[in-house]
Design a protein around this ligand. Structure first.
Ligand SMILES: Nc1ncnc2c1ncn2[C@@H]1O[C@H](COP(=O)(O)OP(=O)(O)O)[C@@H](O)[C@H]1O
Ligand SMILES: [Mg+2]
Length: 456
């Protein structure tokens, strides 16, 4: 983190990225001295309510974060910044999003946790938009013009006041990751599925029975620690993983929605199960308790970067054998198929939510973006499952891109590539359902890798 003194004494000449968080109430004018180099500006965690009218003088600016500030409207001046691609104003008090505030090159817009009731039709001009984060607002509807944002891949509309799932969402050619839980329209699906908690209460884990150990990982919505759980002093403690939610609204929606989805998901060998729901945290923090995945399991990839936007980032030199590709793909597809059968859409089917061994044993976690499917409406429910097929297509594409070249398995590779193309089809109706994907992967595995155990 840079200090204001460094900025004011001219020590930051040539800087490309600047982070300043020190209760600023005014935009420091010295930032303009960096105009020729600055492309990423993070002013999150201040007390700003305005940006200067001459902000476009930062002519290289591509990324601007102003989360946790005091903005009540998205500054119109953003629309004048020709290079600006990523705009993050999470956790402000924004109720007004002027059409003029949308930069022409916008790819990634974060407005999570604000007071927004309507969005401008002008979103139609954001033809480059790939990622739109709107969880935790007051939206009663989405502008129909979003239907023309054909590049949109990831959408979060959970924890809003939407009365219907817009039908055009289901035809967006690239939409692969969607979360809509915690809206009036989805409550009906949620209650239809949920056994009442009074008749079937979830297992609870008392905070006082946990001893927190080291950090296991962290995502956008939670911090995960290894812990010992000892509900009974007479029996030895069990090793568990505890997910503590970062806030009342996360970028994926409400912790309560994640808890409902975890309880609904049930058991499957390709899923991280839920041991219980945390109660009694001294600050009232919500949490979930799970078995700890053994250390030989590591996260398959890192989450998207500012550059990759919607695609995960793999460690340099990552190479998968064909057997590993097939095993990971089959495990992820079977886990998602199980969730769909339970009436759930995962919503965040990504390599960064898969923990895998070098051999391709693999479990899917993070139900944070999961939404309940409208199982009474088969057409909508299947369209949503086909939307998630695109996420699997992206995963398969990435696995194949990191595949070890080997002349012997070119037939198997082209079969996998064919499946990948089907899953990525821009016509949503032409994509397979997960039952078909799993059947195809199993057939490929028994043809090309006889002898491997099939996950059921
Ligand atoms: N049961 C678990 N055992 C071990 N590590 C875990 C477990 N659950 C999560 N983690 C670690 O924490 C990271 C973030 O977990 P995740 O549930 O995806 O959080 P978020 O919702 O914030 O994205 C994972 O990538 C993984 O490294
Ligand atoms: Mg995650």
């Amino acid at each position: 983190m840079t200090t204001l003194t460094q900025l004011r004494t001219g020590q930051l000449q040539g800087t490309q990225r600047l982070d300043i968080s020190c209760n600023l109430t005014e935009f420091p004018r010295e930032i303009f001295d960096l105009a020729d180099s600055l492309h990423t500006l993070n002013l999150s965690g201040n007390a700003l309510a305005h940006l200067p009218d001459d902000l476009p003088r930062l002519h290289q600016l591509r990324v601007l974060f102003c989360s946790e500030n005091q903005f009540t409207e998205l500054p119109a001046v953003l629309g004048q910044c020709p290079q600006l691609q990523m705009v993050g104003f999470k956790s402000n008090r924004i109720s007004h999003v002027p059409a003029a505030a949308l930069p022409p090159q916008l790819r990634w817009l974060i407005l999570t946790d604000n007071h927004i009731a309507t969005l401008p039709d002008a979103l139609v001009h954001c033809t480059q938009l790939q990622k739109l984060m709107l969880a935790g607002n007051r939206l009663t509807q989405l502008p129909g013009t979003l239907a023309a944002c054909h590049r949109l891949e990831l959408l979060r509309i959970s924890a809003n006041r939407l009365t219907a799932l817009p039908p055009w969402l289901l035809n967006l050619p690239r939409l692969a990751w969607l979360a809509y839980g915690g809206n009036p329209f989805s409550e009906a699906f949620e209650t239809a599925h949920q056994p009442s908690e009074s008749s079937n209460p979830p297992t609870t884990v008392q905070w006082q029975h946990l001893t927190l150990q080291h950090l296991l990982g962290e995502g956008a919505s939670g911090v995960i620690h290894q812990a010992l759980w000892q509900p009974n002093p007479a029996t030895p403690p069990a090793q568990v993983a505890v997910k503590l939610f970062k806030g009342a609204v996360t970028s994926d929606g409400w912790p309560l929605s994640e808890r409902a989805a975890c309880l609904r998901a049930g058991a499957h060998p390709g899923l991280i199960p839920t041991t219980g729901v945390l109660v009694g945290h001294p600050s009232g923090t919500a949490g979930l308790v799970m078995p700890c995945t053994p250390p030989r399991f590591t996260t398959l990839a890192g989450p998207p970067s500012l550059e990759s936007c919607t695609r995960d980032v793999y460690a340099p030199h990552t190479r998968f054998s064909l057997a590993t590709v097939m095993r990971i793909a089959l495990s992820a597809a079977s886990a998602a198929q199980h969730l769909h059968a339970q009436g759930l859409l995962h919503g965040d089917l990504y390599a960064h939510n898969l923990q895998c061994t070098a051999q391709g044993d693999c479990v899917l976690g993070d139900m944070g973006a999961a939404s309940f499917l409208p199982m009474h409406d088969l057409a909508t429910s299947q369209a949503l499952q086909r939307l998630e097929a695109r996420a699997l297509g992206c995963l398969l594409e990435e696995l194949l891109a990191h595949g070890e070249a080997c002349v012997d398995d070119s037939d198997a590779r082209s079969a996998l590539r064919h499946l990948c193309v089907q899953c990525l089809h821009s016509d949503v109706a032409a994509r397979p359902l997960f039952g078909q994907v799993v059947a195809q992967l199993q057939a490929l595995k028994s043809r090309f890798l006889p002898g491997f155990k099939v996950l059921k």
